[in-house]
Design a protein around this ligand. Sequence first.
Ligand code: FAD
Length: 408
Amino acid sequence: MPNQILIIGAGQAAAQAVDVLRRKGYAGALTIVGDEPLLPYQRPPLSKKYLSGALARDRLPIRHQSFYDEHRVEVRLGRRATTLDPVARRVTLDDGSMLSYDALLLATGSTPRRLATPGSALTGIYYLRTMEDTDRLRAEVRPGARVVVVGGGYIGLEVAATCRELGVEVTVLEMADRVMNRVVCEPVSRYYEAEHLKHGVRIVLGARMQEFSGDARGRVGAVRCADGSEHTADFAVVGVGVLAEDALARRAGLACDNGIVVDEYCRTSDPAVWAIGDCTNHPSLRYGYRVRLESVDNAFEQAGTAALDILGTPVPHDKVPWFWSDQYHHKLLIVGLSQGHDRYLLRGDPTTHTFSAAYLRNGELIAIDTVNNAKDQMAARKLVAARVHPDPAKLADASIALRDCLPG
Ligand code: FAD
């Protein structure tokens, strides 16, 4: 058992790791270092209720200072870890201070992918990762303002929905031929597209964004696309994916490949270093391939896995992942990974606003998207984990409960 555990990154995964370590009896020194000036907080509201103003700032922290005090956790905020020396087992911070460890947990998250198109340096262009990002964006949001959202994935669409509800004129530019195309099947994409159109959002599909153009003060004024179209913008929001924040690990020589490479116990290539959350590339035992996931659920589960392994009671990370997105009053919940499906079936009629899409690979249920469908959602995790081969005819009949869709 280590005497000194150091956690780099003070986000969702770090907060959970501390919780599990102390609950499971770790009594040694515990330090968290985070480069933001805030205690670990929830990021999902940043594009939803915190952006809209419906959720106050003091509701975002995962735990308050008293929790860290009671659990004897030293939290160093506003400090970035710059160097990791795996041989000396030491991390250097940006103020020159050095911290030693017996066990190091990297929980450095991810960072928005930045556009390098002409005009990217103009002001009024926003990326969303931190509370500070949302605070700055919120200052632009007012009825009648015009925003161009680049990217029709979750973050872009959530920002579009929130802005629209606050009276902003919204245009979404999406490169693909449908929104959220990486993660959901066509009927789910079309459902969300229709809902946004109904709320007055302009969605441009197949949009090849070419440049931001600005005014004399260096502020964005429009977004131009390759087909010559120009979309006027008082401000712009870019949501085109994230990159794993693995620079510290890479510089230290740890194996990295689209994230810090870990095994099913969250162990890295160095025996004294674990990594958890968005920054990892981990094997999915359920699916048989490596994934990099960006979700609260994954951060939470991996934190538990690493904590148990550090304490010498290893349990492999083998949960079916899930993810949610809130847009307007619609709740999308994705259970499992649909990548590699050879067929999908709809359960229910999208025009009723309650339906699901079930994904099959060689007859096996590998994932389900549920839209406002709490009943299917409850059964989904169990069935996907159990690798069931449902009867397709039953599966396509929404009057039959999901758990009753097995053959026979
Ligand atoms: P983070 O929570 O990002 O924490 C990492 C922390 O480490 C950050 O504070 C970072 O600044 C810090 N850090 C990085 N490098 C260093 C360093 N060298 N030294 C010190 N500190 C460092 N997930 C869902 O499941 N559902 C949703 O609806 C959803 N919505 C989201 C909406 C938005 C706007 C965003 C940004 C994310 C959303 N997510 C959602 C994703 C979810 O928030 C992340 O998957 C989760 O926060 C990952 O936790 P983490 O601990 O791995 O990383």
